[in-house]
Design a protein around this ligand. Structure first.
Ligand code: FAD
Length: 528
């Protein structure tokens, strides 16, 4: 029975929030079925480091810089060793004037116009990645929407519908229409009577008629109502010639050929759901914001080759990348965020179980290609503003810029996001061949490509010297056997990074892992 004097849920949350702080509020919301979307319970509350205690952090990616930022606040003296001449790690952005070099020395100069960029690694932030969103807010990183689902972008399948790109809204509407018709008619014929009660059958038929836009006979057929979802042949206008005409639906056979359900289920995936965000100006705004806080702690160009430890502390050996001069750093504790693909090749003094764990995890290879065009023809000619068109070709998708809409100047789109076998195929090409492949495949979707193309650049992650791969690829077996050994504290060394999380290949995972690692390190350091 309702009690009108009982607090509303909102009032209850507010009271709990005031009484027990944010963590209690979060836990109460979780218990009531809200907000169970993240393991982030607020930034770590570390304080009271022992006087003079020191930590060396290896790698200035997000995991490393978060560790340094929070440990320094807790009172540790922190030093970071970073292989590159910049901070951010995989969180980086390529703009005109930048250059990047692969393991064989192949160097690409980026020729994009001012304001244009490619995020070769991370590019989108789900709304439930609360750790990352927290630090963006705390460090003043401005965010804008990352357009994920665009109903007007294309689905392209070489073997479907004559290889023509078809708008997502058309195929998605047709898919649910045909499915609804089949299910509705099966229900009506009693084919599912042993599965569905009479009452549910009636309600389900009602739902299918509505959801699938079926007619009175439960058929999915071309109509103005259906066009209200998939688009018209002649859209509604004004005055004398304002009457719209319906579009022709695609047959069930054609819709199945298009494999549109792949895209529909992609958008259902937890980490791919809207709303998504991106930093204004490039993803590296996050790395740069952290570097503003911890930049003075970083030694750049420092290639770590050895991690040694004993009861008293750690000793890290590194070489300066430009001079080759070898140096050492001593500290009480070490947080190592070097990707496992690199770490597995270094001399690391930890238990055999941890060494086995470090070597047990392969890395994925992925290639992103950015193409700059003279004008935004996808907007001007095709009304596509942000979002992705998907194709069954190796480039896998074309992703349109989510900012500067309607601007009359060159723009960069993501012309290839090749993963799996296609990722290795693209990585095996020269940069020029990658651009040519992206153009040849992309022009099947946008015939304007050749005429409008200006220049492009690509990053093949398996050929990037400081990560030798895109991200850690844990198998279930490897997790069972090695994960706890990887993340456990080993003497005075703890590992952190996306590889040390269940959120692999997300910045959120790198940060959650870092918070967990430094919280344990701090506890151990206070006990020591
Ligand atoms: C193609 C691609 C797409 C992605 N998309 C997304 C996305 O949309 N959203 C998202 O949230 N995440 C995404 N990610 C994942 C995200 O980039 C990572 O999870 C995160 O940036 C990893 O941070 P990290 O600190 O663990 O590692 P890193 O950023 O790799 O940092 C490790 C640091 O160690 C340094 N280092 C390496 N070797 C040495 C050495 N010997 N000595 C000293 N330093 C060394 C490196 O230079 C680097 O700076 C994507 C990644 C890729 C590659």
């Amino acid at each position: 029975m309702d009690d009108i004097n009982a607090p509303t849920r909102r009032q209850l949350f507010e009271t709990i929030g005031k009484a027990g702080g944010l963590v209690a509020l979060y836990q109460s919301m979780t218990a009531l079925g809200h907000a169970a979307e993240t393991q982030f319970h607020g930034p770590p509350v570390l304080s009271g480091a022992k006087k003079g205690a020191t930590v060396v952090v290896l790698g200035a990616g997000l995991a490393g810089m978060l560790a340094a930022y929070e440990l320094a606040k807790a009172g540790y003296k922190v030093q970071i060793l970073e292989y590159q001449t910049r901070a951010g790690g995989r969180n980086y952005t390529l703009r005109g004037g930048d250059s990047h070099t692969e393991i064989d020395g192949t160097t690409q100069q980026v020729g994009f116009a001012p304001g244009n960029y490619l995020n070769p690694g991370p590019w989108r932030i789900p709304h439930h990645h609360r750790t990352l969103l927290h630090y963006c807010k705390a460090l003043g990183v401005a965010l804008e929407p990352f357009i994920q689902l665009n109903h007007n972008a294309y689905i392209h399948n070489t073997d479907a519908l004559g290889g023509k790109p078809i708008r997502y809204k058309e195929l998605a509407t047709d898919f649910k229409g045909h499915i609804s018709e089949l299910l509705g008619k099966s229900l009506n014929q009693g084919a599912l009577d042993d599965k569905v009660t009479a009452e549910d059958k009636e309600r389900l038929i009602d739902a299918l008629r509505n959801w699938g836009v079926l007619d009175k006979k439960l058929s999915y057929a071309s109509s103005l109502k259906v066009s209200g979802q998939r688009g018209y042949d002649v859209p509604p206008g004004g005055g004398v010639t304002g009457a719209p005409t319906a579009s022709q639906i695609d047959s069930l056979h054609d819709v199945l050929d298009s494999k549109v359900w792949n895209t529909m289920s992609f958008y259902f995936t937890y980490v791919m759901q809207t709303t998504m965000f991106q930093p204004v100006g490039g993803i590296d705004m996050i790395g740069k914001a952290f570097a503003r806080e911890v930049g003075q702690m970083i030694t750049y160009n420092a290639r770590v080759s050895k991690i040694a430890q004993n009861d008293q502390g750690v000793e890290i050996t590194y070489a300066d990348n430009s001079t080759g001069i070898v140096g050492t750093v001593k500290a009480d504790w070490c947080v190592c965020t070097i990707p496992l693909s690199v770490l597995g090749q270094l001399d690391v003094q930890v238990s055999d179980a941890k060494v086995a764990a470090i070597k047990a995890v392969p890395y994925s290879g992925m290639v992103k290609t950015g193409l700059e065009f003279k004008r935004r023809f996808w907007e001007e000619d095709e009304s596509i503003y942000g979002g992705h068109s998907f194709t069954d070709q190796p480039i896998s998708l074309i992703s349109y810029p989510n900012f500067d809409f309607f601007k009359k100047s060159p723009a960069v789109l993501l012309g290839a996001f090749a993963s799996g076998a296609a990722g290795y195929q693209f990585a095996g090409m020269t940069p020029e061949q990658r651009i040519e492949a992206a153009l040849a495949q992309g022009e099947k979707i946008h015939p304007q490509y050749r005429q409008e193309f200006m220049n492009g650049t690509s990053v093949a992650w398996s050929r990037v010297p400081w990560t030798l791969g895109c991200c850690a690829q844990w198998s279930e077996d490897a997790r069972k056997q090695h994960y706890q050994n990887l993340v456990s504290m080993d003497g005075r060394v703890v590992l952190a990074g996306e590889h040390a999380s269940y959120y692999g290949c997300w910045m959120e995972g790198a940060m959650l892992s870092s918070i967990d690692a430094i919280t344990r390190l701090h506890k151990r350091a206070l006990e020591a």
